[in-house]
Structure formats: structure tokens, C-alpha cells
Design a protein around this ligand. Structure first.
Ligand code: M6P
Ligand code: ZN
Length: 205
């Protein structure tokens, strides 16, 4: 029988309180609990042109992206959300992008909803099958379970998107760090072009 005094083993009076989160379309979550910043120096091994990346690090180490997060318990049943803002820029002819990850719980999905700017959502299975979604304001990209994902700013202003994912999904950077993505997004003649990644190492299985 349903016990009115408890919810999933938690006392009613101990339940987490609802949260109200203002989101600015240009800046994402307005007052995040945490901001993760990734600068050029945090992206070692991610770009084709390592020399140019090193130069960027020594010439000011620019901010490549930031993730603005609200603290949500990392437990099954909760939905975590954040906004990511990728700065415009390139390392050589490769656009600024996120590191990319798969989920520690690989059978979990994620939603990205573009608020401003434009870019690409690059997704990949363990077998190296790649899919891209062009993101612009109003476009929602659905990342199904088992797809690693990275986002790329192919525009000339900040690329801003809201993300929603199961709070217990976790991040796994190891596979992408070791193998990379099978494709890279490069600027060629003023356009974003998807090319094979010569550094890609297919993972086992
Ligand atoms: C999105 C979400 C976050 C992720 C962030 C940056 O906001 O997917 O979970 O941390 O992008 O991506 P990465 O962790 O790959 O650097
Ligand atoms: Zn994710």
C-alpha cells in the first residue's frame, strides 16, 4: 500500500525542494552553483595542430568553453542540467570544441537545446560510426544511449546550449582521450567541413 509518510524511503519532510533557475538565452544559467572552465591548456591531445595549441597556451591560454551547472544530487531519478558556452575561435583550422565524453552509465541519453550561436553536435558509437546534428537556436539534439558526444562552435559568436541528462549518468573521458573521434570539423574556405581524423584510434570492440 502507498505510504503517505514516505517517498522512495525518504521522509516527506526531507524531500528536496523545487528549484527555479533563470536562463539567459545569451549566457545560459544566470547564477550557477558551479562553473567549469576549460582553457586551451586543458585540451592537450584533443586538436590536430598541437603546435598551434601550445602557442595559444603560451599566448594567454584563452578560455575555450565554460559549463554552468546547478547542483543536483547525482542519483537515479534526478535530472541534471547545465548550460555550455563555447567561445568562437580555432586552433589552426579546427574550431573550438568540448573535450567530448561518453557516459559512465552508457545506457543513458542526453538532450542539448541550442539557445544562441551555432555549431555541431558530433556523436559516435564505440564502433566509430559518426552522426552530426547542426545546432542553431531552437534546435534540440537528442543523444541516444551509447553515443559519445562532443560539441563544436562553427560560428563567429558564442555557441550556447542547455543540456539535460540523468543525474547519475556520469562522465567517461577515457575512451575519447585515448581514441578521439573518427571525424573532425574543420574550417575550409569559410565553411565547416567534416573530415576523417587521421589520429583516430578505433577502440577494441
Ligand atoms: C554539456 C554536458 C556536460 C558536459 C559539458 C562539456 O554541458 O554534456 O555534462 O560536461 O557539455 O563537455 P565535456 O564534459 O565533454 O567537456
Ligand atoms: Zn553527456
Amino acid at each position: 500500500m502507498f505510504d503517505l509518510e514516505s517517498c522512495g524511503g525518504q521522509k516527506m519532510e526531507n524531500l528536496m525542494q523545487p528549484i527555479r533557475t533563470p536562463v539567459d538565452f545569451k549566457k545560459g544559467i544566470v547564477a550557477p552553483d558551479r562553473v567549469i572552465e576549460r582553457k586551451a591548456g586543458d585540451m592537450e591531445g584533443m586538436y590536430q595542430d598541437e603546435l598551434t595549441l601550445k602557442k595559444l597556451v603560451s599566448q594567454g591560454n584563452p578560455l575555450m568553453y565554460q559549463v554552468r551547472q546547478v547542483d543536483i544530487p547525482e542519483e537515479m531519478g534526478h535530472i541534471a542540467y547545465s548550460t555550455t558556452i563555447i567561445s568562437p575561435g580555432k586552433v589552426g583550422n579546427e574550431y573550438f570544441m568540448t573535450k567530448g565524453h561518453s557516459h559512465a552509465k552508457e545506457n543513458t541519453a542526453e538532450i542539448y537545446f541550442c539557445l544562441a550561436g551555432e555549431g555541431y553536435l558530433l556523436m559516435q558509437t564505440r564502433k566509430g560510426i559518426v552522426s552530426t546534428t547542426h545546432m542553431k537556436p531552437g534546435i534540440l539534439g537528442y543523444i541516444p544511449p551509447y553515443w559519445a558526444h562532443r560539441t563544436i562552435n562553427s560560428g563567429n559568436k558564442e555557441f550556447v546550449f542547455l543540456t539535460l541528462f540523468p543525474a547519475d549518468a556520469g562522465h567517461n573521458y577515457e575512451v575519447i582521450q585515448r581514441c578521439g573521434f573518427a571525424k573532425v570539423m574543420l574550417e575550409e574556405g569559410g565553411r565547416a567541413v567534416l573530415r576523417d581524423n587521421p589520429k583516430y584510434v578505433p577502440p577494441d570492440g
